[in-house]
Write a protein that binds this ligand. Structure first.
Ligand code: FAD
Length: 470
């Protein structure tokens, strides 16, 4: 059985945090087992998160482009149609290919994979309720909790994943709804709203706060919201959901202004609850071995990802910090580097964030609001995609690049990009921040022509001088 011999590292959870930690640990010569309850590896990200959402964003974008833009490029169709089942099939194929790929990587790196629900019974033992019905105890000198997160519901709203859905249900609808209400204007709600809006659904986003995506630079956010509105997404900000009525064919949401006021009713075929995610530690046995959690259920860790219990570590969505797959992966690598007696580090101030709508919005480092609040003297360089020849040549020139640099030293503090492929463009900015580069360093780096990336160089030129093409 899995428990007969002791591991150096036992990872509970096979998401991007857990599976990457397991592979890295094995690569560092540590005997490693990974326990996952889902039946497939890859966690939220591969199964019901990043990957299926990007598959649907791509497919729905293709449809939308075919319908609205191909003709002007001289590509004509008689009748463009959506085959939703085929679109979902394509998404499912992407997911299953990638999750099986991780099983392959486990084999290649000699990570032992145990399918089942893990529960801590001591700081060096995990009891596993196997998916095959067997019960085993897996022992490890070090245990890494990588159990991730789960959908946060809203009080009084029951998610049935058919008419009242979480992101998981919104990724698997079997019909295109006529009307969709998205509760919560975070990146997940906006991405899923975009998918269905492109396929013809009337989408209304209801948000309690005054702004969409609160972490975004304010100037970029305004342009982003306008862009989504042009794509026919409606926004009801400063609005809260009071009640949901599912007793008839149509779902009725009772809403009222966040600050109080007259209630009103909005109807929809489907309601997506995307009000955030909670750390997931149910049935994990944390109390039994004394691992502390904070007020919202996250597991606090020190710089070495150690919990308050020696030998027990935690990484990814279940600990404080940005709830993103690449952050979970960075945590995983650093955590096992420490366990292996090496150094590791993750800088949460330099984790890029991307919203994969069209245009995409990507950012790394500080927003202008944050720099102001810190009282740092700064300069801003901006370059609109309208001045970028590649963007113009492909007729996709919405958006801009904005670079914020420290006034005195020209050090890059934050970069915010809204354009097609912004999620790819952001990484030279992440590198600049990691190496404390100045905006002049970016401006003096030769960028290939014609590329969208030239807009980053031009914004950098504008930060301490002038751009050329505007
Ligand atoms: P998870 O991926 O949640 O993995 C944890 C795993 O642990 C799960 O598979 C779970 O089954 C397993 N588990 C839990 N408890 C136990 C137990 N006791 N025993 C055994 N196994 C257990 N992030 C991005 O960076 N980019 C994106 O584009 C993006 N898009 C997203 C879209 C959606 C719709 C959603 C919902 C999320 C998205 N995210 C995205 C967030 C991303 O999915 C998470 O940040 C990431 O998956 C966190 O990784 P993790 O390894 O910490 O946890």
């Amino acid at each position: 059985s899995a428990g007969s011999d002791e591991n150096d590292v036992v990872v509970i959870g096979g998401g991007p945090g857990g599976y990457v930690a397991a592979i890295k640990a094995a690569q560092l010569g540590l005997k490693t087992t990974c326990i996952e309850k889902r039946g497939t590896l890859g966690g939220t990200c591969l199964n019901v998160g990043c990957i299926p959402s990007k598959a649907l964003l791509h497919s729905s974008h293709m449809y939308h482009e075919a319908k609205t833009s191909f003709a002007k490029h001289g590509v004509k169709f008689d009748n463009v149609q959506v085959d939703l089942a085929a679109m979902m099939g394509q998404k499912d194929k992407a997911v299953s290919g990638l999750t099986k790929g991780i099983e392959g990587l486990f084999k290649k790196n000699k990570v032992k994979y145990v399918k089942g629900y893990g529960k801590l019974i001591s700081p060096s033992e995990v009891s596993v309720d196997g998916l095959d019905g067997e019960n085993t105890v897996v022992k490890g000198k070090n245990i890494i909790i990588a159990t991730g997160s789960d959908v946060k519901g809203l009080p009084g709203i029951t998610i049935d994943e058919k008419r009242i859905v979480s992101s998981t249900g919104a990724l698997a609808l079997t019909e295109i709804p006529k009307k969709l209400i998205v509760i919560g204007a975070g990146y997940i709600g906006l991405e899923m709203g975009s998918v269905w809006a492109r396929l013809g659904t009337e989408v209304t986003v209801v948000e309690f706060a005054p702004d969409i995506v609160p972490s975004m630079d304010g100037e970029i956010r305004k342009q982003f919201q306008r862009s989504l509105e042009k794509q026919k997404m409606k926004f009801m900000l400063k609005t809260k959901v009071v009640a949901v009525d599912t007793s008839t064919d149509i779902v009725k949401l009772t809403l009222e202004p966040s600050a109080g006021g007259d209630q009103f009713i909005l109807e929809a075929d489907v309601v997506l609850v995307s009000a955030g995610r909670n750390p997931f530690t149910a049935g994990l046995g944390l109390e039994a071995i004394g691992v502390e959690t904070d007020k919202i259920g996250r597991i606090p860790v020190d710089k070495r990802f150690s919990t308050n219990v020696k030998g027990v570590f935690a990484i990814g969505d279940v600990i404080p910090g940005p709830m993103l797959a690449h952050k979970a992966e960075e945590d995983g690598i650093a955590c096992v580097e420490f366990i292996a007696g090496k150094e590791g580090h993750v800088d949460y101030d330099k984790v890029p964030g991307v919203v994969y709508t069209h245009p995409e919005v990507a950012s790394v480092g500080k927003t202008e609001e944050q720099v102001k609040e810190l009282g740092i003297a700064y300069t801003v360089g901006k370059f609109p995609m309208l001045g970028n020849s590649r963007a113009k040549s492909i007729d996709d020139a919405e958006g801009l690049v904005k670079i914020i640099a420290e006034k005195e030293t020209d050090k890059v503090l934050g970069v915010h990009i809204m354009c097609s492929n912004a999620g790819e463009l952001i990484h030279e900015a992440a590198l600049a921040l990691t190496y404390d580069a100045s905006s002049e360093d970016i401006a003096r780096t030769c960028h290939a022509h014609p590329t969208l990336s030239e807009a980053v160089k031009e914004a950098a030129m504008a930060t301490h001088g002038k751009a050329i093409h505007i």
